[in-house]
Design a protein around this ligand. Structure first.
Ligand code: B12
Ligand code: SF4
Length: 569
């Protein structure tokens, strides 16, 4: 008998990344996971928790993390050993389109009787193409699949046809594809993620397998956790596959749905019981109006949890709200993404605020006691030329001078990579925003991920920059910003040197790969570079280190949820 009714698998970006020669580039420099994109959607733990409440036994296996942590780990062997009537595979982020399909093939090879379910944003966008792969039995569409998944599990257990399961696309007994109504788009979220991480921890204990659950390779050293404020987004950033317009058109979500302030505070408290790591509040507190923001913050002020908070803002906010943030979340870290120094480029990308408003907010945040202020710029935007990107670096110089080299002000720049999100305004209306889309189908994206260098995985160019220019400009901008930070003393000389070594080695390797690709012996010459490319891919990323918040020695207290589980049985 199998221990699980459902096993949720997370694949690496490229399934056999350990065998391939691929120069990843700065595609994931500003997020905790590596370019293998080993992080699974947090929605997997939400699905697991919801189905466990409905008495299904759910297990999560992050194959990508296991493959990254142990070069001898045999993913196929593990898939063969796992037993369950249903396997769920996330194809949420497009960057997993290679790995996710390969993992599905292995599941079907070893468990032909088991059903394979796909879900996530990219699955929702590409559901028709996905069902052309014989290894995919079902796709559940949408940003909220907990209840449809429960209903599908009921049908599979009973052996009945799932014609009433909302959001489901499936093949009937005649092999005909059926599209059920896309009607499950909840506006009340408080029944979701009720005991989110508690459910995961119990499942870890049941399967005695912590490693399969960790969200990214270094998580045990840096156990950052997320609390969500909402599903959907009110903003319309041109490059984003989760924007208001994209959500309306592809995920059927007319309006953003927010968790109640009480549910947000409850989730925070739950995390603080077993983790001292930072809590990332995902979504903009001010997005649902300042009243909502104050309600959440006042509850947090009352609870006084000790974890440090990372809060994000889509637009500049008032000094009063920032002050409340510092009362409720002392030493908080604030993140904002103006994308460009040039308000014209920013506006064309869907963020129409001025530099005056931005700088006023940076000044207020530092004044009220923000512990760190992360400001993100991006490369690959409408109206942005290589010169404009260099001007952004000059603007960073200006900001560091203006704020007197305050070490709390952390500036970052990265290319939009590897993909312009399918479903985003830029992807759907490229001519309107000055994009040229190079790959449209799922299969084209899968093949693109196997390119020897990240430059050739990019699925877009702009009217203002070719792929070559985007890649060259990205390396130059990252290098210049790194030097600038060293000049202003906001990062150490060692960190700056490590950053410089990495970028120079990577851009030199990109040039060598270009030469090989221009020749006629790619198959013969590329494998010879493997050891060097792998070495460059694993250089420490100084930007990732800068983004980490310092935490104490004891980070996790996993015995607490175990104890409360045992005593509540
Ligand atoms: C939070 C967030 C992150 C967090 C990740 C948190 C996490 N572990 O989930 C961080 C900052 C780390 C992140 C990173 C990235 N992100 Co992001 N992220 C978001 C954001 C802002 C919110 C997502 C969210 O709220 N989810 C809510 C949770 C609870 O639900 P969920 O995880 O989506 O899961 C539900 C459904 O999607 C579905 N589902 C998911 N998996 C599965 C599997 C099965 C089998 C089924 C049935 C259903 C299902 O059901 C779940 C439960 O209802 C969205 C934008 C938006 N407005 O949505 C972008 C977004 C999802 N990210 C995006 C991208 C591109 C990335 C990166 C690739 C960027 C990069 N190059 O670095 C990386 C990938 C990281 C990795 N995998 O290693 C794009 C994806 C577009 C696309 N189609 O590919 C989005 C849409 C917008 C954007 N550009 O930021 N991201
Ligand atoms: S990138 Fe813009 S549109 Fe996308 S989730 Fe963030 S704020 Fe919303």
């Amino acid at each position: 008998m199998s221990l699980s009714d459902l096993i949720l698998l997370h694949a690496p970006s490229v399934y056999d990344f350990r065998q391939k020669t691929i120069l990843y580039g700065p595609v994931s420099d500003l997020i905790p996971p590596s370019p293998v994109f080993e992080m699974y959607p947090i929605g997997l733990s939400s699905i697991a928790e919801y189905l466990e409440r409905a008495s299904y036994r759910v297990r999560i296996v992050n194959l990508a993390v296991r493959m990254l942590r142990d070069k001898n780990f045999n993913a196929e062997e593990m898939i063969k050993r796992l037993k369950a009537p249903v396997f769920g595979i996330d194809l949420h982020w497009m960057v997993h389109c290679h790995g996710a399909i390969e993992v599905a093939r292995l599941v079907k090879k070893h468990h032909p009787q088991s059903k394979v379910v796909f879900g996530g944003f990219s699955s929702t966008y590409f559901y028709q193409e996905l069902l052309q792969y014989p290894e995919v039995d079902y796709v559940i569409r949408g940003d909220s699949t907990e209840e449809p998944f429960r209903q599908l599990m009921d049908c599979i257990v009973k052996g009945s046809e799932p014609e009433a399961v909302p959001n489901l696309v499936w093949r009937d007994r005649q092999g005909k594809i059926q599209e059920n109504p896309f009607s499950n788009v909840p506006s009340d979220l408080d029944n979701l993620m009720v005991d989110n991480y508690g459910g995961v921890i119990r499942s870890v204990i049941r399967h005695r397998d912590l490693i399969s659950y960790i969200p990214f390779k270094d998580w045990l050293r840096y156990p950052i956790l997320a609390v969500f404020l909402c599903r959907g987004c009110s903003q319309n950033c041109v490059v984003c596959g989760g924007s208001a317009t994209t959500s309306r058109r592809f995920y059927n979500r007319e309006k953003v749905a927010f968790w109640s302030p009480e549910a947000v505070a409850r989730n925070v408290k739950q995390i603080s019981r077993f983790s001292r790591g930072p809590i990332f509040m995902l979504g903009d507190l001010a997005d649902s109006g300042e009243e909502y923001a104050y309600k959440v913050l006042k509850l947090l002020q009352k609870d006084r949890v000790k974890n440090r908070f990372i809060l994000e803002l889509f637009n500049p906010v008032s000094r009063d709200l920032l002050h409340q943030m510092s009362l409720s979340c002392p030493n908080f870290c604030l993140e904002i993404s103006p994308e460009s120094h040039d308000p014209e480029v920013r506006k064309a990308s869907g963020r129409p605020y001025s530099n005056e408003a931005l700088e006023q907010m940076l000044s207020d945040a530092l004044d009220v006691g923000c512990g760190r202020l992360d400001v993100f710029f991006m490369i690959g935007l409408p109206k942005q030329t290589p010169q404009s990107v260099m001007d952004t670096i000059d603007y960073c110089d200006y900001l560091l001078q203006k704020f007197k080299e305050d070490k709390r002000l952390c500036l970052f720049i990265a290319p939009l990579s590897p993909f312009l999100d399918p479903g985003s305004l830029g992807f759907e209306h490229p001519e309107r925003y000055g994009y040229r889309i190079l790959f449209r189908t799922l299969e084209e994206h899968r093949q693109a991920l196997l390119s020897p260098s990240w430059k050739y995985s990019l699925n877009y160019e702009t009217e203002w920059m070719t792929r070559h220019q985007i890649a060259d400009t990205a390396y130059e901008a990252i290098l210049r910003l790194n030097r600038l930070k060293a000049k202003h003393g906001v990062i150490s000389r060692q960190m700056a040197e490590a950053g410089e070594r990495r970028i120079k080695a990577a851009s030199e390797m990109m040039r060598r790969i270009d030469e090989i690709m221009a020749g006629d012996n790619l198959e013969g010459e590329l494998p010879r570079l493997k050891a060097e490319v792998d070495n460059i891919n694993t250089f420490p990323v100084s930007e990732k280190i800068q983004l980490e918040l310092p935490i104490g020695l004891i980070k996790l207290k996993l015995w607490r949820p175990l104890w409360s589980w045992l005593t509540n049985r």
